[in-house]
Design a protein around this ligand. Structure first.
Ligand code: KG4
Ligand code: ZN
Length: 345
C-alpha cells in the first residue's frame, strides 16, 4: 500500500521543460499550489508552424533559472524551505527535457535536497488532485495529450492499469495535423476548438473507427485522413471548405470516440469517478460532452482548469509529492528519457 500523506508539511519545487513550456512551481502537500509559473514558447514556434526542438531547448536554457526564481518568489519561499526538487525526466523532446533535468540536479545538489524524478504523464493525471481535494484513487482517467491517448485505471497514486490506448495518432496530434491542413496553424488544438464554436458538427460526415478486439483502444489516423481527403478534393474541384463546419465535425468525431470509451470503461469496471488529463482535456466540446455523459450515467466527472491541462509544473509538483512520500528518489546521474514508457521507471 502506498502512502497517501505524511505528518510534516512537504514543499516541492517542481520543474517542467518537456516540450514548449518552461515551467516551475511550488506545491505544498501535493495539492496546494503556492506558485505556478509558465513561460510559453508559442509565439516563438508559430512562425515555423510547429515546435522546433532545437529552438525549444535553447529557449528553455534562457528561461529555466528565471522561472524557478519567480516560482520561489511568488510562493514567498527560499530554497531552504523546500523539501525536495521534482523534475520531469520523460517522455518529451530530449534536448528540452535535459535542460529541466540539469537545472533540477544543480539546484537539488547545491541546496542539499532530494531529487524526485517525475513521469510527465503521471503529472498530467495528478493535475486533477490540485483543484479536487476530495479526489482519491481509484478512478478511471482518460489521458489525452499531444503524444498520448490512454485510458487507464488509477489504482493508487502513481499506480496505473492501462486498459486502452491509441493504435496510431494521439488525439492531440490529430488536432494539430487537421489544424495545419485547414490553415489554422499552430497550436492546432486551441485553434480548432475556437473555429468549431461557429461550425455545425454534423456538416461533414466522418468515419468512426472500429479498432480491433479491444473496445477501449483508439484510432485517429483514419479520421485525420478523411478530413485531409475532403480538403484535397475541395482544392481540386474548386469547392470552398467551410473551416468552422469542418473543425466542428472533426472535433465532434474525436469527442464521440473519447466520451464513449471513457463512459463504457467506468461502467464495465464499476467506477463512479472519471477524470480527464492532458492538453486535449482543455477542449471545450470535450468537457461539455463528457460532463453531460457523466451526469446521465451518475459518474462524478473531474477535469483540471484549462491552464492545468496543458503543460505546467504544478502538476509535476503534485505527482512529485506522492513519489516523494513513497521514497522515490533520483541519483545525480538522472538522465532525460525521451521515450519513457508509461507505467515504467
Ligand atoms: O499535454 P500537452 O500540453 O502536451 C503533451 O504532453 O503532449 O498537450 C498538447 C496537445 C496539443 O496537441 C494541442 O493541440 C492539444 O494538446 N490541445 C488541444 C486544446 N488545447 C491543447 N486540443 C484540443 N482542444 C484544445 N482546446
Ligand atoms: Zn504534456
Amino acid at each position: 500500500m502506498r502512502k497517501h500523506s505524511v505528518d510534516e508539511d512537504v514543499y516541492i519545487l517542481a520543474i517542467e521543460s518537456s516540450c514548449d513550456e518552461t515551467a516551475a512551481a511550488v506545491v505544498k502537500n501535493g495539492r496546494e499550489v503556492l506558485s505556478n509559473v509558465i513561460s510559453s514558447q508559442i509565439a516563438l514556434h508559430t512562425q515555423f508552424g510547429g515546435v522546433v526542438p532545437e529552438i525549444a531547448s535553447r529557449k528553455h536554457i534562457e528561461k529555466v533559472n528565471q522561472v524557478v526564481e519567480e516560482a520561489l518568489e511568488e510562493a514567498h519561499m527560499t530554497l531552504d524551505g523546500i523539501t525536495a526538487v521534482a523534475v520531469t525526466y520523460g517522455p518529451g523532446l530530449v534536448g528540452a527535457l535535459l535542460v529541466g533535468v540539469a537545472a533540477a540536479k544543480a539546484i537539488a545538489w547545491a541546496a542539499k535536497k532530494p531529487l524526485v524524478p517525475v513521469h510527465h504523464i503521471e503529472g498530467h493525471v495528478s493535475a486533477n488532485f490540485i483543484e479536487n481535494k476530495e479526489l482519491e484513487p481509484p478512478f478511471v482517467c482518460e489521458i489525452i495529450s499531444g503524444g498520448h491517448t490512454h485510458l487507464v485505471i488509477v489504482k493508487d497514486y502513481g499506480e496505473f492499469e492501462i486498459i486502452g490506448r491509441t493504435r496510431d495518432d494521439a488525439a492531440g496530434e490529430a488536432f494539430d495535423k487537421v489544424a495545419r491542413a485547414v490553415g489554422l496553424g499552430y497550436p492546432g488544438g486551441p485553434k480548432v476548438d475556437k473555429a468549431a464554436k461557429d461550425g455545425d458538427p454534423h456538416a461533414y460526415e466522418f468515419p468512426r473507427a472500429k479498432v480491433g478486439e479491444n473496445p477501449y483502444d483508439f484510432s485517429f489516423s483514419g479520421l485525420k485522413s478523411a478530413v485531409l481527403n475532403d480538403i484535397n478534393r475541395a482544392k481540386m474541384t474548386g469547392e470552398e471548405i467551410c473551416v468552422p463546419d469542418l473543425a466542428a465535425s472533426f472535433q465532434n468525431a474525436v469527442v464521440e470516440a473519447l466520451v464513449s470509451r471513457a463512459i463504457a470503461a467506468c461502467k464495465e469496471y464499476h467506477y463512479d469517478q472519471l477524470a480527464i488529463a492532458g492538453g486535449v482535456a482543455s477542449n471545450s466540446a470535450l468537457r461539455a460532452g463528457m460532463e453531460e455523459a457523466c451526469r446521465e450515467n451518475h459518474i462524478r466527472f473531474y477535469r483540471p482548469s484549462p491552464i492545468l491541462c496543458t503543460d505546467n509544473a504544478a502538476m509535476i509538483g503534485a505527482a512529485g509529492y506522492y513519489e516523494y512520500i513513497n521514497g522515490v528518489r533520483a541519483g545525480w546521474d538522472l538522465n532525460a528519457i525521451p521515450n519513457l514508457k508509461f507505467g515504467e521507471r
